[in-house]
Design a protein around this ligand. Structure first.
Ligand code: PGA
Length: 250
């Protein structure tokens, strides 16, 4: 049976102190049948470890560099993440791939942020070697969707990103780029259809999540879809009550 997972990606929000206050306000959301994980910034991982563990909430990181150590200023490696109790790590988020829903930076700067399918693959190799479950994000931009290239885009991200990787140890998140942080959730039946397409391409994966403007008000409908095993939640994971209701819907 697929893993049921609700993952809260805090992105570049909440200091360690604010993260601890969030956990206190969240209360007891622990459930037998659903795994809950939070993805704070790197600096909050160690400070939140104990409080998260006490609530049966797993820790995840938002990114990783694939080399184990060395002269890579500003980078964090998989052994470092494992050492502070990280169990999950996002790879290939549209924001780190440089595929922004709303272009808030100059197009000419995009290559500086770009993560490629090949760097995603290297990151997943490093994570798996350190016992951390990668959550590989895939999804199409609005232009790709409108030109009928949704499946082809996702199939390429899966094929190149997961080449040589043991997919039974990986979670995939379907995150249509146009739905991230925009309030434009993908219709639940369409989200389910694409998640089933992902499952058909990579049948062994641990779980297929949906991400993109998941809220308490639409979570139940999304999670009821055949093929959706949980959610990768951004903005709504920053509000304790909202996040608790999303977990209840799973
Ligand atoms: P959102 O972000 O829920 O704020 O749209 C989702 C994500 O980026 O994973």
């Amino acid at each position: 049976m697929a893993l049921k997972l609700i993952a809260g990606n805090w992105k570049m929000n909440l200091t360690p102190e604010e993260g601890l206050a969030f956990l206190s306000a969240l209360g007891n959301v622990s459930r037998q049948d659903v795994t809950v994980a939070l993805f704070p910034s790197f600096v909050s991982l160690a400070p939140l470890r104990e409080a998260a563990g006490a609530r049966n909430i797993r820790l995840g990181a938002q990114d990783v560099f694939w080399k184990p150590s060395g002269a890579f200023t500003g980078s964090v490696s998989a052994p470092m993440l494992a050492a502070v109790g990280v169990e999950y790590c996002i790879v290939g988020h549209s924001e780190t791939r440089g595929r922004f829903g709303k272009l808030e930076i100059e197009a000419s700067q995009l290559p500086y942020f770009s993560e490629t399918n090949e760097t995603c693959r290297l990151k997943m190799e490093a994570l798996l070697a350190n016992g951390i479950t990668p959550i590989l994000c895939v999804g199409e931009t609005l232009a790709e969707r409108e030109s009928g290239a949704t499946e082809a885009t996702i199939a390429k991200q899966l094929k190149e990103g997961l080449a040589g990787i043991d997919t039974s140890k990986v979670v995939v998140a379907y995150e249509p780029v146009w739905a991230i942080g925009t309030g434009n959730t993908c219709a639940s039946d369409e989200a389910g259809r694409v998640c089933r397409f992902i499952r058909s391409e990579v049948p062994q994966v641990k779980a297929v999540l949906y991400g993109g403007s998941v809220k308490a008000s639409n979570a139940a409908e999304l999670f009821a879809q055949d093929g959706i095993d949980g959610g990768l939640v951004g903005g709504a994971s920053l509000v304790p009550d909202e996040f608790a209701r999303i977990i209840e819907s799973a």
